[in-house]
Design a protein around this ligand. Structure first.
Ligand SMILES: [Zn+2]
Ligand SMILES: [Zn+2]
Length: 381
């Protein structure tokens, strides 16, 4: 049923004269020109279900020219940094300040020294020295650096929704900034990949990305009583934020008329009218709690839909994880080993996380250490 609705609406939205927000499905005009490193184009792509399709290809820089970012990690306890969604005891979204860091210290996670200086490392160029460090990332301002996202032009519903785990790829903002699911937990790595108050930070590859619906994040701060505001991105609860990698649009927490959306599915989307477009289309809404992003994708994404020329990090030829190794993605090695990514991740976690002895992990999984090492080339034995 959805496919029928979608093919009609895609046809209607394929003109180039309507304003940006009118497109509920991506085309070559969907991402802001100022964000693009080269003109967007429609290319042939293959969907995850094996079907051939057309995708919009957006190639962007490490950061849109006009976007200001930060602060992330405060330098001392007397300064205030960005925000972090703490998932241990007293879980919640916090402003990174003295009260928060002292609370964490009381729970055994001390991110500062006796002089009140916060432990910080730059995940692009170095690793952590202490057990608990705030992660900052410097931008890769290399002029050749680029990120390319492929998003299906005519979205298709998948047989079943795809869950979005830690650092799963969600989509791209209209501002040309990639959007990901949860950043890695402090409980997993010991380190805190601080977000700025618009919900973004820098990947080990040196490019900025969102972990929240930046255009509607103040709603979350208000709901969750967090003393923060997003100063760098215009807030609008009804605006389109971007596109998910399945081609469906991401909107703020409200409908165009200001009402709360009704009948949202488990992923946070529904079929309904959107501004500037005739008929009804599937679209996602931001939630009012952090992270205010879809929790799964209902549509089919394109294969190899996210690549970068960065030396490391998500989407790079070297796979994932910078020197800090804070962002594991086990899907490729698990595929090579013929096991479930979650089993691989759990086995590594059970053996101590990123410092795990691969021999012990292999034993736990009932596979050979050689096979495991071969499947995880980016990892130090
Ligand atoms: Zn991130
Ligand atoms: Zn809606």
């Amino acid at each position: 049923m959805f496919n029928k609705i979608l093919s009609v609406t895609t046809f209607i939205s394929s003109g180039c004269l309507a304003p940006l927000a009118a497109f509920a499905h991506p085309d070559a005009h969907s991402i802001a020109d100022t964000a693009l490193k080269q003109p967007a184009k429609i290319v042939d792509c293959t969907l995850e279900n094996g079907e051939s399709a057309k995708c919009a290809a957006y190639t962007v820089r490490f950061l849109p020219e006009t976007l200001e970012i930060g602060p992330f990690c405060p330098a001392t306890l007397d300064e205030t940094g960005g925000v972090w969604d703490w998932d241990g005891e007293n879980a919640g979204l916090y402003r990174i300040d003295r009260a928060y860091l002292e609370m964490l210290s009381g729970l055994g996670y001390t991110f500062f020294n006796d002089d009140g200086e916060v432990n910080v490392f730059d995940i692009r160029i170095e690793g952590p020295e202490a057990d608990n460090e705030c992660i900052a990332g410097s931008l890769d301002t290399n002029a050749d650096m680029s990120i390319t996202a492929l998003i299906p032009v005519s979205p298709q519903m998948a047989q079943s929704p795809t869950p979005l785990g830690t650092v799963s790829k969600i989509g791209m903002g209209l501002d040309g900034v990639p959007v990901f699911a949860d950043a890695p937990s402090v409980l997993e790595t010991g380190h805190m990949p601080a977000l700025d108050t618009c919900g973004g930070h820098v990947d080990p590859g040196g490019w900025y990305h969102w972990h929240a619906t930046a255009t509607d994040i103040d709603t979350v701060f208000e709901k969750e009583n967090v003393d923060a505001t997003c100063a760098h991105v215009k807030q609008d609860q009804t605006a389109q934020f971007g596109y998910a990698f399945d081609g469906f649009a991401l909107f703020g927490s409200r409908e165009a008329d200001g009402t709360l959306p009704v009948g949202l599915d488990d992923c946070g989307g529904h079929v309904g009218p959107v501004a500037g477009q005739e008929g009804e289309v599937y679209h996602y809404h931001a939630s009012e709690s952090f992270p205010n992003l879809p929790t799964c994708l209902v549509g089919v994404v394109a294969q190899d839909n996210f690549t970068t020329t960065a030396a490391q990090g998500i989407g790079s030829a070297n796979g994932n994880g910078g020197p800090g190794g804070g962002r594991p993605d086990f899907s490729e090695p698990a595929k090579a080993l013929g096991i479930e990514p979650s089993d691989l991740m759990n086995a590594i976690r059970a053996e101590g996380g990123r410092d795990a002895d691969l021999g012990k992990v292999a034993e736990r999984l009932g596979i050979s250490k050689d096979a495991l090492e071969a499947a995880m080339p980016g990892r130090r034995p």
